[in-house]
Design a protein around this ligand. Structure first.
Ligand code: ZN
Length: 319
């Protein structure tokens, strides 16, 4: 082999080697980029899986939330069933409910043992008082027929009519709040609403020592925000006598007696003498018809196992 031939073979070898190396590198690179593409696909798969997992987690969280609500409802139903057990009422004439498992719905409720939960009951309610003259007229009739009622008082009337509030509470009646100044709460700021409510609540607690004060908003005007912020049950009515409008004693009496049924909440106003005189007749007639006259908290206790904060109540027929 001459020198020329050797060079030729050597250069062929070099070219082949370089080509082979390039090919291997190319294949390697291609493989790598395939792997990278695959890896990237896997990453996006992981992303997708992560997203799904998060979404699933979220929905399982939501399911959990639902479960919690269901559990709460179950607890409330349980409390409600428990609340109907007569032995809790037999201890003494008056029971103030303080048991921790029912605090949410019955805290501070005064419940009397003379009520038969199987018999029909009515909550008579009186707004816009107290009024020493008119409120006492109603209290005398309640006393005579062993009945109780609820008085939703306005704060600014309390000072001059404190005696009526005291007497009502001593007779087993319930004192509710009708705010301080009888303003439409939906036209006020939340801070003003809170002040309207707490001012009257404090005055009632100071006179009576009552633990919980139910709220009846003037004009029945209330927003969802108020319901959320005011930590008490909100009491509406199911029988509106319009006594303040007609001031007609017989009309008011007939309307109540003809329309009332078990679990009703009757709306009247002890700021009017005609209403008080109508109430005297209503108390007599309903008692004779077999209705038990109870406070709103008692009605809530017997029909629902108690009243929850931030919830509006009208008729309490237990349905
Ligand atoms: Zn009113």
């Amino acid at each position: 082999m001459n020198k020329k031939m050797l060079l030729k073979w050597l250069s062929i070898f070099v070219v082949v080697t370089i080509s082979l190396m390039s090919f291997v590198t190319y294949v390697d690179n291609a493989d790598n980029s395939r792997q990278r593409a695959q890896a990237s696909a896997e990453v996006s798969d992981v992303d997708e899986q992560l997203k799904n997992a998060l979404m699933n987690n979220d929905s399982s969280l939501r399911e959990n939330e639902q479960e919690t609500t269901q559990q709460e409802t179950t607890v409330m139903q349980h409390v409600s069933e428990e609340g109907k057990e007569p032995e809790t009422l037999d201890v003494e004439k008056e029971t103030v409910i303080t048991s921790t498992n029912s605090i949410r719905k019955n805290e501070g409720a005064r419940v009397y043992a003379d009520i038969d939960p199987e018999k029909p009951m009515i909550a008579l309610t009186f707004d816009d008082g107290p009024n020493n003259k008119n409120t006492k007229l109603i209290l005398d009739a309640l006393n005579k027929y062993n009945g109780r009622a609820t008085f939703f008082v306005v704060g600014y009337e309390i000072e001059d009519n404190e005696e009526a509030v005291k007497l009502a509470y001593e007779q087993g009646c319930e004192i509710g709040s009708h705010t301080y100044g009888h303003k439409n709460l939906t036209k006020l700021t939340i801070a003003q609403v809170k002040s309207e409510v707490s001012r009257t609540e404090k005055a009632i607690k100071k006179i009576t020592g009552q633990k919980r004060v139910l709220l009846r908003p003037p004009y029945g005007a209330v927003t969802d925000e108020i319901l959320k912020e005011i930590k008490t049950p909100i009491i509406f009515w199911s029988i509106d006598t319009e006594d303040w409008l007609t001031k007609d004693i017989n009309k008011t009496v007939d309307y109540v007696v003809d329309n009332v049924k078990d679990g009703d909440v009757v709306l009247m106003h002890d700021s009017y003498n005609e209403s008080a005189r109508a109430a005297v007749k209503i108390i007599e007639k309903l008692t004779k018809k077999g209705y038990q006259l109870v406070t709103v908290s008692e009605l809530g206790y017997h029909k629902f196992g108690g009243l929850a904060n931030g919830i509006k109540y009208g008729a309490m027929n237990g349905d």
